[in-house]
Write a protein that binds this ligand. Structure first.
Ligand code: ZN
Length: 378
């Protein structure tokens, strides 16, 4: 099966339902992709993702290039085999990693020079390299290399990033075409930058659409600009993207951000939030997020969320034991809490899809907002 996105209902900038067909299976949208940066998740085992109803995963091409290297991944049969996951995979291009490693990377019009995180020395991470590494790894969707500006509110910085992102996008679109486009077995998504500026978001989105990518991502959000500014960035992007094509919001994944972004026309998400917050002892529920380190859980015999169908809650492990284990730096609690949180978010996406189909999404949105907009809970 080749790559195809079918929109079943929804507008360009409102809640939508769709199906993404890929060479490794179909995905119901809106969807959440767990992040396996180096090809494996921090916590959940690959064989538990299916029962959790995960439909697609994300890995990072730059980190996989650094270790184990493309050669090893090809030697074991490609990225799906390496990750022990036969469903769809999207790889990030490494643009955000270059941005987050800014102290050890340099940027010019040709691309990034980044300190090799494993072997030392410098790596030229150019649009051509990011494209060819992803082509060799073999995900279902590859992302273009872009520039994520460090300060989304600095107009000149953002304008320069948009300009460079568009030049690189055109280059990589050309390489994708030479490979046969989606007939190569891989789709290529463009990335809308533009920070908090409506006109730059519009300019970037329209210029990318003229290049006819297979789907579109919105990048440069969730970099410290705050929830409201982030939602403006989404709103200023989605309305300029083709209604019939998939839109992916990169690096976003708190329950509040998910419902609010779906409300603005996003079909796909990824984020380390569920696993990372789990490792620090935070668990998610319909009553908000809770910190297991809090003393009130010391003698708590209940599972994380009574009635939850995830492996962690079904195991019967009490909150008190997970809390004590965390404090003793046991390996199991971070992994078990991460598993619960991922299950919660994947199931939340399913509830969002059902609510859209049954015309009651505004109620679910309100329910999540009323809990997660509150100040941090203990
Ligand atoms: Zn659970």
């Amino acid at each position: 099966m080749s790559f195809r996105f079918t929109l079943h209902q929804g507008t360009a900038d409102g809640p939508r339902l769709g199906t993404l067909d890929t060479p490794h299976g179909a995905v119901s949208t809106p969807t959440f992709m767990p992040v396996a940066t180096r090809g494996m998740m921090r916590g959940p085992w690959p064989d538990r993702l299916g029962p959790m109803e995960v439909e697609m995963m994300l890995a990072n091409s730059f980190h996989l290039f650094a270790r184990p290297g493309v050669e090893t991944i090809q030697a074991v049969g490609g990225l799906h085999a390496y990750m022990a996951w036969d469903g769809p995979i999207l790889t990030d291009s490494g643009g955000f990693q270059a941005f987050s490693l800014a102290s050890i990377s340099k940027l010019d019009d040709r691309g990034w020079r980044i300190a090799h995180p494993v072997h030392g020395g410098m790596v030229d991470w150019t649009p051509e390299v990011a494209f060819s590494v992803q082509a060799a790894l073999g995900p279902d969707i590859a992302m273009v290399l872009d520039e994520c500006p460090a300060d989304p509110r600095h107009r000149q910085q953002v304008a320069t990033a948009v300009e460079r992102t568009l030049v690189w996008a055109k280059q990589q679109r050309g390489l994708h075409q030479q490979r046969g486009g989606i007939d190569s077995g891989q789709a290529l998504f463009g990335i809308v930058q533009g920070g908090v500026f409506a006109d730059l978001r519009q300019q970037c989105a329209e210029s990318l659409c003229a290049l006819e990518f297979d789907g579109y991502a919105i990048g440069g959000v969730s970099v410290g600009e705050g929830h409201e500014a982030m939602m403006d960035g989404v709103r200023h992007s989605t309305k300029f993207l083709p209604r019939q094509q998939l839109r992916y919001l990169m690096g976003v994944g708190t329950p509040l951000d998910l419902v609010e972004s779906v409300a603005r026309g996003i079909d796909m998400f990824d984020c380390v939030y569920p696993t990372r917050s789990g490792r620090f002892g935070t668990f998610l529920s319909d009553e908000g997020h809770h910190h297991l380190h809090n003393a009130r859980f010391q003698n708590d015999a209940r599972p994380l969320v009574p009635g939850c169908s995830c492996d962690t809650c079904q195991s019967g492990m009490p909150r008190a034991a997970l809390r004590a284990g965390l404090k003793s730096r046991e390996l199991l609690p971070p992994s078990m809490i991460a598993h619960h949180n991922l299950h919660y978010l994947v199931q939340l996406m399913k509830r969002i899809r059902e609510a859209i189909a049954e015309d009651r999404f505004p109620q679910l949105r309100q329910q999540i907002a009323s809990v997660y907009l509150k100040p941090k809970q203990a």
